[in-house]
Design a protein around this ligand. Structure first.
Ligand code: KIV
Length: 277
């Protein structure tokens, strides 16, 4: 990552191809920043990617703050978006308090929240208070069970119209960008052309203004059976990690590790005097 963009610069980059990636800890944030991603997302996908939950619902503000702070320590110069977890923005008061914790205590640059027209009052209050807000439409994982599970959204006319209306409502409420998750590519293209803020797609085809992926999925350390159609694994790091651990275990067991090259020596005279004492 070169220089951190401002919100105005991000908005001005609509039509360019923005790169976003999740990061939940310092080393990943450092790597992603060094690789040149434009913005990091401390997503509540943390719940599945790192904390071992089967959804984002149990993730707490404390969890999110802990990981947002770590990401910030790893990438001091990165633009960091932090996800407001489930029910942490159920009222304007809650949203303001929790956004303040992200920006003031964890050093995040913006918050993300899920929902369309129904979250407009919350978005407006945050924006009025000076909090940059990224929206999230389509498959919204915090309410996935109400949407019928982790599946493609807005496939029919009503769903498509609602997605477009929600995106416009979020823009009007002051969101500076919006994630579109698991919606048909042609619909994402339409929403992108009918809104003035950058759309960031995940499972939303190639015509969004930017793309986001979960780091663990991209590098191949998510659950082996998590292979949605949109996911491209750029590495099978999980395989390499398992192989390395197997080698370590084998070498400890057969005495090859640690060898002399990986051990500290000692002055022979000093050792002799200790032995003879
Ligand atoms: O929590 C997350 O990682 C997200 C992305 C999938 C957009 O919301």
């Amino acid at each position: 990552m070169s220089r951190k963009f401002t919100i105005q610069e991000f908005k001005g980059r609509k039509g360019t191809r923005l790169v976003m990636l999740t990061a939940y800890d310092a080393p990943t944030a450092r790597l992603a920043a060094a690789a040149g991603v434009d913005m990091l997302l401390v997503g509540d996908s943390l719940g599945m990617a790192v904390l071992g939950y089967d959804s984002t619902v149990p993730v707490t503000m404390e969890d999110m703050l802990h990981h947002a702070k770590a990401a910030r320590r790893g990438a001091p110069g990165a633009f960091i978006v932090a996800d407001l977890p489930f029910l942490s923005y159920a009222t304007v008061e809650l949203a303001l308090g929790n956004a303040a914790r992200f920006l003031k205590d964890a050093g995040a640059d913006a918050v993300k929240l899920e929902g369309g027209a129904e979250v407009v009052p919350v978005v407006e209050a945050l924006v009025r208070a000076g909090v940059p807000v990224m929206g999230h439409l389509g498959l919204t994982p915090q309410t996935a069970s109400a949407l019928g599970g982790f599946k493609l959204q807005a496939r029919d006319e009503d769903g498509g119209r609602k997605l477009l209306a929600d995106a416009r409502a979020l823009e009007l409420a002051g969101c500076w960008s919006v994630v579109l998750e698991m919606v048909p590519a042609p619909l994402a293209k339409l929403v992108t052309s009918r809104t003035g803020i950058p759309t960031i797609g995940i499972g939303a085809g190639p015509d969004c203004d930017g793309q986001v992926l979960v780091y663990n999925d991209l590098v191949g350390i998510s659950a082996a059976d998590f292979r949605p159609k949109f996911l491209k694994r750029y590495a099978e790091t999980g395989e390499a990690m398992r192989t390395a651990i197997e080698h370590y275990a084998a070498e400890v067991r057969d005495g090859r590790y640690p060898d002399e090259a990986h051990s500290f020596g000692m002055d022979a005279g000093v050792l002799r005097r200790i032995e003879n004492s």
